[in-house]
Design a protein around this ligand. Structure first.
Ligand code: DGL
Length: 274
């Protein structure tokens, strides 16, 4: 790919966060909780969601376009708040672009390994994420003795994107996908899609309190915080943050869902073309 390489912005510049849609807001929430004085630019590629059923080459192209867009808008670091992208092409992004780029897989895996007592970990994600086996590899790099049970749950993303979370049908879909996870007896389940924390309550109701759910948001925010601190790139502003949102297509529920997830009003939503 030949393109002018934008430089990461100075320390008061925003942190860029992207996902295929609204799922990355769960990571943005964790960033706001842990780094409240930073400014943020969120990109939801709502014109192309879902990514989880696309081919690796298409996902990689989308990921390059998203990262380039954020860097051209002057962000100082990029959070890939999408497991499908992190699993498919995070290495390519970090090699290609100069800015710090943080994915969600390593932080979530480390968190799950800290939590498991039995060494049986479940992973649920999009078909794309599960097909890469990126989680299995990341777990086994650290501890080859862990048993990993992976299940693709492709209907969870449209349920969340359509704000269908509290519908009875969601409980049925949760049961259908998670029965094998329950039967496998895992004690820790990685929500390997940033949309899934939005149906955490339904997942937990089915699996029961003995299964610990790992949401990648807080662990990813902690990983970014450590990198910015190491690089002397934490904002010296006193907050509060400014938040801007870019979507590649209008999304009727974006503000409503965003306000629920972020616990604050959502303004400054711009529809852009990549
Ligand atoms: N939320 C994203 C993920 O973490 C993408 C889901 C999708 O677009 O299929 O994988």
């Amino acid at each position: 790919m030949t393109q002018t390489q934008p430089q990461p912005g100075p320390i008061r510049s925003p942190i860029g966060v992207f996902d295929s849609g609204i799922g990355g807001l769960t990571v943005l929430r964790a960033l706001l909780d842990q780094l409240p004085c930073e400014n943020y630019l969120y990109l939801g590629d709502t014109a192309k969601v879902p990514y989880g059923n696309k081919s690796p080459s298409t996902i990689t192209r989308f990921a390059h376009e998203n990262t380039l867009f954020l860097l051209q808008r002057g962000v100082k670091a990029v959070v890939v708040a999408c497991n499908t992208v992190s699993a498919t092409c995070l290495d390519q992004l970090t090699l290609h672009f100069r800015a710090p780029i943080v994915g969600v897989i390593e932080p979530a895996v480390q968190e799950a390994l800290r939590k498991t007592r039995t060494g049986q970990i479940g992973v649920i994600g999009t078909a794309g994420t599960i097909a890469t086996r990126a989680y299995d590899r990341a777990v086994h790099r650290i501890d080859p003795g862990i048993r990993v049970v992976s299940v693709a749950c492709p209907l969870f993303v449209p349920i969340v994107e359509s704000d269908f979370v509290d519908h009875d049908a969601t409980a049925l879909v949760v049961r259908e996908y998670l029965e094998p996870v329950k039967n496998a007896g895992v004690d820790t389940l990685i929500l390997a899609c940033t949309h899934y924390p939005l149906i955490k309550r339904q997942i937990s109701a089915f699996l029961g309190p003995e299964v610990t759910l790992v949401d990648s948001g807080p662990a990813t925010a902690a990983a970014l915080s450590a990198i910015l601190r190491r690089d002397g790139a934490l904002s010296d502003g006193t907050g509060p943050s400014t938040l801007c949102y870019c979507l590649t297509d209008s999304h009727p529920q974006f503000r409503q869902i965003g306000e629920r997830v972020l616990g604050r009003q959502v303004h400054d939503v711009e529809v852009i073309t990549l």
